[in-house]
Design a protein around this ligand. Structure first.
Ligand code: CDP
Ligand code: CDP
Length: 223
């Protein structure tokens, strides 16, 4: 078992992974690693370099010269790409709709997985993403697979967007989420799947507080 405690949270888009992981990390004093933000940041790097998202070789060549850093912030962690803040840009519609393609490239995945494993060497972590329980942290003490119905997930995204002043209609959001889930579940390398030893938690109609309590109980049992 890993020297420092590891909690892996995987699941489809808008299942509540980052919301839940952030609260748990703060309650337990663990380091929170948002791996989706890292894939989003490399997608922004491709855009800034003027590359097409289809340009796998070009994006691979960017990796050795790309640094991604997290800094504390509220309500969200701040994300820096090569020293420049990209906290908002990584959540734009263009990046959201192209991140699954960039994330499917072998070189991108192996580079991100190396970086993510390094982050577990000195602290207990709670890490969320798509392949954490299956690939990044296969020995994690606790593995959670968070799910919710697609209509509930689209409504959550709709509410978030509305608060930010974005006006994408619910049907479009639903289609975008389904398209991204499909790509993430069907890619060749470490697709989104539930690890055989992960516990599935359905958050449809369940409050954030209840989900946090459920998972915190599961963690206490393993400590
Ligand atoms: O927050 P949201 O569910 O929209 O997604 P995210 O966690 O920010 O992840 C964005 C995208 O990054 C996902 O749709 C995947 O394509 C990719 N990703 C991945 O391939 N592997 C991970 N461990 C995390 C994210
Ligand atoms: O990280 P992921 O894409 O899985 O989801 P998220 O960004 O944490 O959550 C999407 C939205 O769902 C957030 O606005 C949460 O406040 C909301 N949420 C909820 O309403 N009920 C839950 N049980 C969990 C999350």
């Amino acid at each position: 078992k890993p020297a420092f405690f590891q909690v892996a949270i995987d699941g489809p888009a808008s299942a509540g992974k980052s919301t839940i992981a952030k609260i748990l990390a703060s309650n337990l004093h663990y380091v929170y690693v948002d791996t989706g933000a890292m894939y989003r940041a490399i997608t922004v790097a491709a855009k800034k370099a003027g590359l097409s998202y289809e340009d796998e070789a070009g994006i691979k060549a960017l990796l050795p010269k790309t640094s991604i850093e997290f800094k504390p912030g509220t309500p969200v962690q701040r994300v820096f790409l090569n020293g420049e803040e990209v906290t908002e840009e990584i959540r734009s519609t263009e990046i959201t709709n192209n991140v699954s393609l960039v994330s499917s490239y072998a070189a991108v995945r192996s580079d991100m997985v190396d970086k993510q494993r390094k982050m577990t060497e000195e602290n207990p972590v709670i890490m969320d993403g798509r392949d954490i329980g299956t690939t990044v942290l296969p020995d994690a003490q606790v593995k959670i697979f968070l799910v919710a119905s697609v209509s509930e997930r689209a409504e959550r995204r709709y509410k978030e967007n509305k608060e930010k002043g974005m006006t994408v209609d619910l049907e479009t959001l639903k289609k975008e989420i389904e398209a991204r889930d499909y790509k993430d579940s069907h890619r060749e390398i470490s697709p989104l799947t539930k690890a055989s030893d992960a516990i599935e938690v359905d958050t449809t109609g369940v409050s954030i507080e209840e989900v946090v309590n459920t998972i915190q109980d599961l963690i206490s049992k393993q400590q």
